[in-house]
Design a binder for this molecule. Structure first.
Ligand code: MOS
Length: 754
């Protein structure tokens, strides 16, 4: 990992592209001694030594275990249960169904103001209804003295149904897709000029159809909950992306004040969007505890995650590009169909990236949706932009071949000055630099353009590129900072550490903001009793918390200065007879928080009317393809990213690398198979749903340009998700370069090359 400056120097020394394409100097904000450094994560030791306690590792006296019973029809009503077999299993405490379970409130409606409530997962009021909305929906819960008894008994519950016709075949529903209006932040539907006419008139064009399959979440830690009721007080241990939001949701569903609910969530074994919404397992563990009066733990099986936690929507996409003979684009058409469940889900905005990446006088984006009787889809790392950049960036590559142009040169010819779809200014965009530096470092000049022209022994070798892109977001976050007379600093914020280094970077920021050593800072996090964090999502947590943290540190410094005198903080405080000084940002009252949220949203939207803010990057990959078997090995990877300022060189590199690994899975092996007759997921296990393993992953070289964005706090654009974008296209493009075959339907399995 090197920063941009080193990169530029190295490049200058080699007389590379970088110097010619370097952008004018940009404003910098002062970085202290800690920000930017590759600091080890503060939770690293606890995790690697087994001391970190995850949701299922809290002992409680009298702890009981729960297991789910899943529906085996896609749509209908439960007509009856036979629980005799289950109840007879030794140790079974209860078999809960809609006939005997305690009542829950239905999920609240999602609004912009209750951002947390958007994360409802599904609208089903589990075990409070006889309705079945997808094949796999939980219809009963068994609670037992042991995990084994609970799972055995769950397998013995017999359920009868009245079945209704169900719509479960995504591909078959394409023609019934309903066009969406789009939203101001992710404009998946937009129009400029007349793209269809321009496409017809274009001397060179491509008009392509791509498909991507549904994908499932596979965090190492399956979704798991420990729930304990004490009267009307509820304690929940769970790995979540938003402990504050989970608290609000549980309070609403179980009809108790928010103050009666505590969510404890310091460690999360991977989340990726799948632990943002509230799913059945969480609710039913809490329900089971309420019903039995016992602390209850439920750890979903891997299959349980597939049946109850949404994943990525499938997509069908058309990308048509028209160009002049010199490569200048005249038309961009990107239309896409994705799905949601009838009981929830979100439009995965696959067409949105095409509004940002290339200058063209005529652009048409249209996003349509089909509703299916399936488990609703949900957020998965770079929703929209991961599958969207696959189609767009593979189409651009194909156009480059049609034009006889280098794919990077084609991209640079069409690099826009302003946001293509609406002319708004980019707050920041160093895509030219990313490609220039990447091309030189990767050895792009060694590539012979003709497909199938590069070999290494028996292997066909291919090199491909694609653009990465991810929009920047920000949310509200409340933070308190305390400075003690012993010189130590305590930051308190209910932020979530989903395994990314989120806590470590806030400690770095606080250290530099207050001018104290990194070791002097401690962060309390992952607990809903702390000031509400932003939640870990949309690659926005670090910037959201950092903005409040910086303000709090400023306030704190003013308070200390007001005490008068000189010397170290410790000296000033001691002289003033103070044990500590504290500063808070954000409202601690509910009404105050709502007003704050309204002000924030208004300001945020104003800001986004002026600027388009996004990270971008260049993905370079090399593949080797066995011409006899079609086996594809990714042999080299380089990602060069423009993500604004980087707080921690080590954890940032891990994030970007992890995204690329996820993209390799998406490109080559991951696919949820849904039975088109029954709507049942057919491969709900890691044995049949193939995530990449170490042997699939080459050395991944990641670089960032490290130029702060001038409009974002600390110059941060966010980097949790961008790594996955463009990856599948870079691989598809490299496979085409190796073999002359272009695969339009993910995953690119070997059978598609033979
Ligand atoms: Mo992320 S997909 O916003 O958790």
């Amino acid at each position: 990992m090197t920063g941009r400056r080193e990169a530029a120097n190295e490049d200058r020394a080699k007389g590379g592209l970088m110097t010619q394409m370097d952008s004018p100097p940009r404003p910098k904000t002062a970085a202290g001694p800690v920000v930017g450094k590759p600091i080890d994560r503060v939770d690293g030791r606890a995790k690697t030594s087994g001391q970190a306690r995850f949701a299922t590792e809290y002992p409680y006296p009298g702890l009981a275990y729960a297991a789910l019973v899943h529906a085996t029809i896609a749509r209908g009503r439960v007509t009856g249960f036979d629980v005799a077999g289950a109840a007879a299993v030794p140790g079974v405490l209860a078999v809960l169904t809609h006939e005997n379970a305690p009542r829950m409130k239905p999920p609240p409606r999602a609004t912009l103001m209750n951002m947390g409530m958007i994360l409802i997962g599904t609208s089903v009021n589990y075990l409070n209804t006889d309705e079945v909305h997808w094949n796999g929906q939980p219809v009963a819960v068994v609670v037992a003295e042991t995990l084994e008894a609970a799972r055995e008994a769950a397998g013995l519950v017999r359920v009868t149904y009245r079945e209704f016709p169900a719509t479960v075949d995504f591909a078959a529903e394409e023609e019934h897709a309903v066009p969406l209006k789009g939203n101001p932040l992710m404009r998946g539907t937009a129009k400029k000029g007349d793209a269809e006419t321009a496409l017809e008139a274009a001397p060179v064009s491509v008009d392509l159809r791509f498909t991507t399959p549904p994908l499932n979440h596979n965090a190492i830690e399956p979704h798991a909950t420990t729930a304990v009721w004490d009267g009307d007080r509820l304690t929940v241990h769970e790995g979540t992306q938003g402990s504050t939001m989970l608290r609000a949701h549980l309070a609403a569903r179980f009809d108790v004040p928010e103050a009666s609910v505590r969510v404890i969530s310091p460690y999360v074994g991977g989340a990726f969007g799948g632990k943002g919404p509230v799913w059945a397992g969480t609710l039913l563990t809490v329900l089971a505890s309420r019903a039995t009066g016992r602390p209850v733990r439920m750890m979903l099986t891997r299959e349980g995650v597939y049946r109850t936690v949404g994943g990525r929507s499938p997509s069908i996409q058309r990308v048509a590009l028209g160009a002049e003979a010199d490569g200048r684009l005249t038309a961009i058409i990107h239309t896409g169909v994705t799905s949601t469940g009838r009981v929830g889900g979100l439009p995965e905005s696959v067409t949105a990236p095409s509004g940002h990446l290339y200058a063209a006088p005529n652009i048409l984006l249209r996003h349509s949706l089909v509703e299916l009787d399936l488990l609703p889809n949900t957020f998965m790392r770079a929703p929209g932009e991961a599958p969207g950049t696959f189609a767009l960036e593979a189409a651009v590559d194909e156009l480059a071949y049609e034009l006889g142009m280098d794919p990077i040169a084609l991209r640079m010819r069409n690099e826009p000055e302003t946001n293509p779809i609406d002319g708004k200014r980019f707050s920041h965009r160093l895509l030219r630099e990313a490609y220039a530096y990447g091309a030189q470092r990767f050895g792009w000049a060694d590539r012979t353009p003709e497909p199938g022209s590069m070999r290494d022994g028996p292997w066909l070798v291919g090199m491909g590129v694609a653009t990465a892109h991810h929009g920047s977001m920000r949310f509200t976050a409340n933070v308190t900072v305390r400075l003690s007379a012993d010189g130590s600093v305590l930051v308190r914020c209910g932020l979530q550490e989903v395994g990314v280094g989120a806590v470590t970077v806030q400690a770095q920021i606080a250290a530099d903001a207050l001018g104290v050593p990194f070791e002097a800072v401690r962060v309390e996090y992952g607990d809903s009793t702390l000031p509400a964090g932003s939640g870990a999502g949309a690659s926005a947590q670090t910037v959201s918390v950092a903005a409040s943290l910086l303000t709090a540190c400023d306030k704190l410094k003013r308070k200390v200065r007001a005490l008068g005198g000189s010397g170290s903080y410790a000296e000033i405080l001691t002289r003033a007879g103070k044990d500590h000084v504290e500063a808070a940002v954000g409202s601690q009252t509910r009404l105050g928080a709502l007003a704050g949220q309204a002000r924030f949203i208004a300001k945020f939207l104003r800001d986004h009317r002026r600027w388009v803010k996004a990270g971008c990057g260049a993905q370079f990959c090399e593949v080797r393809v066995d011409p006899d078997t079609g086996e594809i090995r990714v042999s080299r990877w380089l990602g060069v990213f423009d993500v604004g300022r980087v707080i921690n060189a080590k954890t940032a590199a891990s994030q970007l690398r992890g995204g690329i690994v996820m993209g390799i899975g998406m490109a080559l092996s991951e696919e949820t198979l849904v039975d088109p007759r029954t709507g049942r997921i057919m491969n709900p296990s890691l044995a049949e749903y193939h995530v990449p393993v170490h042997a699939d992953i080459p050395p991944i070289d990641v670089h960032y340009l490290d130029e702060p964005d001038p409009t974002m706090p600390l110059g941060l654009l966010g980097l949790g998700e961008i790594g996955v974008t463009g990856v599948a296209a870079a691989i598809a493009n490299a496979v085409h370069h190796a073999t002359g075959k272009r695969v339009y339907d993910l995953p690119i399995t070997l059978d598609k090359l033979l």
